[in-house]
Ligand binder design. Structure first.
Ligand SMILES: [Zn+2]
Length: 110
């Protein structure tokens, strides 16, 4: 690898552009670039050696997704007995159509 100097234009991954872009070296630590500036959006960041950062959002999403799956299927795809009982508790309310015209003298017989 050729020697990099301050102000040189090198490739690096820009988090704002979300891709490898041209960057200017703005600071050095020894022979390696420490900080670079994207020449497209002028964002300064540590030199990443052209590596994309780990997708933190996706990891968090995957964790949440697995949590939800664990709650939905604690021991298979059998619905919880509480849910079935709650559905059966109000059969009339669920079956009766909610019509606005209640006038007419029709009484609910029981
Ligand atoms: Zn950029």
């Amino acid at each position: 690898m050729r020697e990099v100097r301050l102000g040189d234009v090198i490739d690096d991954f820009c988090v704002k552009c979300k891709r490898v872009m041209n960057h200017s070296v703005v600071s050095m630590v020894g022979p390696d670039p420490a900080k670079v500036r994207c020449r497209t959006c002028y964002n300064d960041h540590d030199y990443r050696h052209e590596q994309a950062p780990p997708p933190k959002v996706d990891l968090r999403k995957a964790t949440l997704f697995n949590e939800v799956l664990a709650k939905l299927q604690p021991d298979g795809a059998i619905p919880a007995p509480e849910a079935v009982a709650a559905e059966a508790a109000e059969p009339e309310a669920a079956a009766a159509p909610a019509k606005p015209k209640a006038k007419g003298g029709r009484k609910k017989g029981q």
